[in-house]
Design a protein around this ligand. Structure first.
Ligand code: SF4
Length: 274
């Protein structure tokens, strides 16, 4: 996937925010049609991952992801054409229709929500500032500039770090470039004291302890790392799932850096929920 450098301006009607216009650089015009959003699905379920596992959540799954991790469990959402195209107003109505009482947060997930940053801002702003519900961003953090642009509209950021055995595909960019973007996104999130930011790392039986140690070392070189709210290690499910022995070895690599590290499997899979 090739990303063209260009600038666009948000045209969505967003009456409650101060930013009358927001510039976002590095947006691929092929990925986003202004005033429309491509959504794969909306549903209410129980959060199954990370430090907010167990909370009742409205999930908004954006269509499209270019990374294609080999253990991806939402392959049906990877095509940018999957799901359906909505106007922003239609998507807001859809969110209204799906809301249920006692929803703790709205999780903007994918696919990769940052492929449609303008729509993401419009809908996150609507949820956060008009519906007054917490907003949660779940992203691979492949592009720090896009992340920085959407950050003001989110209360909770889950910054995911990909290990090399995720086998992500992003032509013209290297795996190191992805890690650098993820580190920069984490730093941007940690610099904001009004956010809850945590790290998730999916690992398999092939993930080496050396790689986890190197990755954790880089994470703990980020400024304001004291603002980190958690690290969750997520064993891969059904793809090269780690043994108990390997899970313990991976845990032991992170523990010296962060005593509150948690191994949390995907709880929704055990509950047979979405
Ligand atoms: S980044 Fe997420 S949505 Fe994209 S391929 Fe990887 S696991 Fe799937």
């Amino acid at each position: 996937m090739h990303f063209q450098k260009q600038e666009l301006r948000i045209k969505h009607n967003m009456p409650t925010i101060n930013h009358s216009s927001i510039e976002i650089s590095n947006i691929n015009s092929n990925q986003e049609v202004l005033d429309r959003v491509q959504l794969n699905e909306l549903f209410v379920s129980i959060e199954g991952e990370g430090i907010f596992a167990g909370t009742k959540t409205l999930f908004i799954r954006f269509s499209g992801c270019h990374l294609r991790c080999y253990w991806c469990d939402t392959k049906y959402s990877l095509s940018t054409k999957s799901g359906k195209s909505y106007t922003i107003d239609e998507a807001k109505r859809l969110i209204h229709q799906h809301l249920q009482p006692k929803i703790y947060k709205v999780n903007f997930t994918g696919g990769e929500p940052l492929l449609q940053p303008l729509s993401l801002i419009a809908l996150a702003n609507f949820v956060k500032n008009e519906l007054n519900i917490k907003t949660y961003l779940e992203s691979s953090c492949f592009d720090w500039q896009r992340f920085e642009s959407v950050l003001p509209y989110f209360d909770i950021c889950k910054v995911e770090f990909k290990t090399s055995d995720s086998k992500v595909i992003e032509p013209s960019k290297s795996y190191d470039d992805l890690i650098q973007n993820e580190l920069k996104c984490l730093e941007l999130a940690l610099n904001r004291t009004d956010k809850i930011s945590f790290v998730k790392i999916v690992f398999t039986n092939s993930t080496t302890t050396n790689e986890i140690r190197d990755l954790t070392t880089k994470i703990f070189q980020c400024s304001n790392i004291g603002n980190l709210s958690g690290i969750t290690l997520q064993p891969s499910y059904q793809f090269d799932s780690p043994s108990t022995e390997h899970i313990l070895k991976i845990y032991d690599e992170v523990y010296p850096f962060y005593k509150d590290v948690r191994v949390i499997p995907q709880m929704h899979k055990m509950l047979d929920m979405n």
